[in-house]
Write a protein that binds this ligand. Structure first.
Ligand code: BGC
Length: 481
C-alpha cells in the first residue's frame, strides 16, 4: 500500500508529459498564445513542407520549460530528501505542483502560462528525486523491481489520463485547454494527501538518528520481528555514509565511476530513445502526417493505452528475467521500428516534405509506433528509473539520484525544445538519428551494465567487483568496520 501511494507521484509526472502535446494541437490554445503557429499551420494546409509546420521555439518552450525547472529543483530536492526525509520531499513536490496547475488553468497570458509550467517542473523535480528512492528503500529485495516499476506504471497512467482528457476537452467550444491544464491539480492532491499518511523509510530514519523508530518500521514493513541482519546492514551503511564529508565529492571518486556512469548514461540514453517525441508531440506528429484533428488526438490515446499495458509486462518480468534481458529485447525492437518509421515517412514525404500519407500507410505508421512504444515501456521506460535508484550505495544515493533526475530532465528539455525544429531540419532522418542512439545504448547495456536483479540494495557494490571492466575501478575490499 505504501508503495502504491508513493508511486502516485508518477501520476504527476505522467499527466504533464501527456497533456502538453494535445493542448498544443488545439486551435483555441494556439490562437490565444501562439497565433503565428496557428496561421502558419492553416496556410500550409494546401502545400508547403509538412516537416516544418509546427516548428516554433516559443511553442516548444511551453512544453520544455517544465523540465528545466525540474532539473534545477532536483538539486534542492536532494538536500531536502537527505536532511528532512523522503516523505517531506514528496509533500513539497505535491504542493508546488498544485499551485502550478492552478496558475496554468487561469493563465491570461504567455508569462503566467510559462510560470505555471515552471512551478509544475519544481514539483516534478521533487517528486522524481524522492519517490524512486523511497520505493527502493521500502521494498524487500525480491520485490524491489516490481514495486519500483509501479512508479513508471503511474507515469504511464498519468499520460493516458492526460490523452483521454485532451480527447474530451478538444470537443469543448471554449476553454477546453484550460480544463486540460487545471486537471493536473487532481494527481497533485492525491499525492499530497496520500503522502501525509506515509511513513518515512527505515534508511532515512536511521540516517537522521532515529534508530528505534527505524527498527520498528523495518519490522512493520517486513512483517516479521526478525530483521536484525537487515537492520544491522542499514546502520553500517548509514555510518559509512556519515564518514563522507560531501556526497557530491564522494560520487566523483574513482571507486564510484561505475555508478556515476549509470547516473549519467542511463537517463541520457532513455531520452535519446526519442520516446518523448511520441509522448509530447504524437498529435502534432500525426497532424503532420495528414491525420485530422480528432484522429490525431486519438493516436495519442492509442499509444497511451499501449504504454500502460506494456508496462505491466515489465512489472511481471523484471524480477524474473532481470533488467538486462528486458533492456536488450526492448532496444532491438525499438531500433527496428525507428528504421521502419523513418523509411516510411521518407518514402512519402521525401526530402522536400511534400506529399500525402494514404489512410493505410498512416495506420501502418501508427501500428509500428505502437510496437516501439511497447518496447520502450517494458525496457528503458521503467528501467531508466529503476536501475539508477538501486545501484547507489547509501553514501552517494541522494547525490546519485539527483544526477539521474537532472540529466533525465535536461535531455527531456532538449527533446521537448528541439524536436519540432529537428524534424524541420533533419526531416525523416531524425528517426534514424534516434535509432543510432538506440543501437549504441543497447551495446552499452550488453557490455557495461551488470544484472541487479535480486541483489540486496546494501550489497549492490559487489556486482561491479565481478564485472570484467568495472572491477578495475572498484576496490576489492569494502572499508567496513
Ligand atoms: C520517462 C519519460 C517518458 C515516460 C513515459 C519515463 O520513464 O522518463 O521521459 O515520457 O517514461 O513513456
Amino acid at each position: 500500500m505504501t508503495c502504491m501511494v508513493a508511486a502516485t507521484g508518477g501520476l504527476l509526472f505522467g499527466y504533464d508529459i501527456g497533456i502538453s502535446g494535445g493542448v498544443t494541437s488545439m486551435d483555441e490554445f494556439l490562437l490565444k498564445f501562439f497565433p503565428n503557429v496557428y496561421h502558419k499551420e492553416k496556410s500550409m494546409k494546401n502545400g508547403g513542407s509538412q516537416y516544418c509546420k509546427f516548428s516554433d521555439h516559443l511553442l516548444q518552450l511551453f512544453t520544455s520549460s517544465l523540465y528545466v525547472a525540474a532539473l534545477v529543483s532536483s538539486f534542492g530536492a536532494s538536500i531536502t530528501t537527505k536532511a528532512l526525509g523522503r516523505k517531506i520531499s514528496m509533500l513539497i513536490g505535491g504542493l508546488i505542483f498544485l499551485i502550478g496547475a492552478i496558475l496554468n488553468g487561469v493563465a491570461m497570458n504567455l508569462g503566467v502560462l510559462i510560470l505555471g509550467r515552471l512551478l509544475l517542473g519544481v514539483g516534478i523535480g521533487y517528486a522524481n528525486q524522492s519517490v524512486p528512492v523511497y520505493l527502493s528503500e521500502m521494498a524487500p529485495a525480491k520485490l524491489r523491481g516490481a514495486l519500483n516499476v509501479c512508479f513508471q506504471m503511474a507515469v504511464t497512467i498519468g499520460i493516458l489520463i492526460a490523452n483521454l482528457v485532451n480527447y474530451g476537452t478538444a470537443t469543448m467550444k471554449k476553454n477546453g485547454w484550460r480544463v486540460s491544464l487545471v486537471l493536473a491539480a487532481v494527481p497533485a492532491i492525491i499525492m499530497t494527501v496520500g503522502t501525509v499518511f506515509l511513513p518515512d523509510t527505515p534508511n532515512s530514519l536511521i540516517d537522521r538518528g532515529q534508530k528505534e523508530q527505524a527498527k520498528a518500521m523495518l519490522q512493520k514493513i517486513r512483517g516479521t520481528s526478525n530483521v536484525d541482519n537487515e537492520f544491522e546492514d542499514l546502520v553500517i551503511a548509514s555510518d559509512l555514509s556519515k564518514q563522507v564529508a560531501s556526497p557530491w565529492g564522494n560520487i566523483m571518486q574513482r571507486r564510484y565511476r561505475p555508478q556515476l556512469t549509470v547516473a549519467i548514461l542511463i537517463p541520457f540514453f532513455q531520452q535519446l530513445t526519442g520516446i518523448n517525441v511520441i509522448n509530447f508531440y504524437a498529435p502534432v506528429l500525426f497532424k503532420t502526417l495528414g491525420f485530422g484533428d480528432g484522429a490525431a488526438l486519438m493516436t495519442a490515446v492509442i499509444t497511451g493505452v499501449v504504454n500502460v499495458v506494456a508496462t505491466l509486462v515489465a512489472i511481471f518480468t523484471v524480477d524474473k528475467f532481470g533488467r538486462r534481458g528486458l533492456f536488450l529485447v526492448g532496444g532491438t525492437l525499438m531500433l527496428v521500428c525507428q528504421i521502419a518509421v523513418g523509411s516510411l515517412i521518407g518514402s512519402v514525404f521525401g526530402l522536400d516534405g511534400h506529399g500525402q500519407f494514404s489512410k493505410v500507410l498512416g495506420d501502418v505508421t501508427l501500428a509500428i509506433i505502437c510496437v516501439y512504444v511497447a518496447a520502450f515501456a517494458w525496457s528503458w521506460g521503467p528501467l531508466g528509473w529503476l536501475v539508477p535508484s538501486e545501484v547507489f550505495p547509501l553514501e552517494i544515493r541522494s547525490a546519485g539520484q539527483s544526477i539521474n533526475v537532472s540529466v533525465n530532465m535536461f535531455f527531456t528539455f532538449v527533446i521537448g525544445q528541439l524536436f519540432l525544429t529537428m524534424l524541420c531540419g533533419m526531416k525523416f532522418g531524425l528517426f534514424f538519428f534516434f535509432g543510432g542512439f538506440v543501437f549504441i545504448m543497447t551495446l552499452y547495456v550488453f557490455f557495461f551494465l551488470p544484472e541487479t536483479k535480486g541483489v540486496h540494495i546494501e550489497e549492490i557494490t559487489k556486482i561491479w567487483r565481478s564485472h570484467w571492466f568495472w572491477k578495475n575501478y572498484v576496490p576489492a575490499e569494502e572499508t567496513r568496520v
